[in-house]
Design a protein around this ligand. Sequence first.
Ligand SMILES: [Fe+2]
Length: 301
Amino acid sequence: MTDIVKSKQVQNLLDTAAGVNQSGGNPRLKSILRDLLEGLMCTIEKHDISEDEFWVAVKFLQDGVNEFGLIAPGIGIEHFLDLHMDAKDAEAGLEGGTPRTIEGPLYVEGAPLIEGDLSKTNDVNLTDDPDDAEDMVMSGQITGPDGEPVGNAIMHVWHANSKGFYSHFDPTGAQSAFNNRRRIRLGKDGRYSFRSKMPSGYAVPPNGATDQLMKALGRHGNRPAHVHFFIEAPGYRTLTTQINFGDDPHAHDDFAFGTREGLLPIPDRVGGSPEIHFDFTLQKAQSDDDERFSKRARASI
Ligand SMILES: [Fe+2]
């Protein structure tokens, strides 16, 4: 193994490449890029990465650019961001509430905003398209840290159909624009209830970049059946989470690391079709920033 990364020559190269010795530019970006480059160089040195291997990796990234949103959870980085935010919360004394977990790449902005105040409606349906899956009902309440009902929340919910495909991203083109996607406006009591067609778990697109990577790592690319949520409410911290069905074969073996303790309800099938009761607990917002969504670029229609 060579040992040149710490040499003056390479350290100068890093400073110059990251613009450290230039007055213009973004100082934060400079120091982050410098560390990333140095880590990459150390990895090249440690594993004696050849020129051939380096360019194979670049080609993989170029070809796989459309799947970065899937590769990120697949290699655990999206989950690590959650762990990092959790640790920062713990340091700041902000523990408690429903655990956050990965958003994933398949949210679509602009889903129909529908009435979900249960004192005004009893029919909140997410599914627009025919699907021979069984009906699923999910209900519960959104409360705050002291058990108080959270009023005027908007629940964003999205899930796959029974073939494991999401509307807007369905390669078969079979689904209408917002099938299994809604924004549900809740009432003062924070109670919610919706029905839809039972989603199925899914695998990454066959032969895509994520699939190739998972196979090369000796891993699979499967997720358990799950339902995604954003919950926003005035005065509370916006929650990004999902529930994974606790009885799915992949419930504890999720390639995207989206499964977390506390987010694994087992559907109740006593009445026939699956029913899930799940209560969400939000944290209070400490600042306006807490009430907003992350600035991640999202699909929109
Ligand atoms: Fe998903």
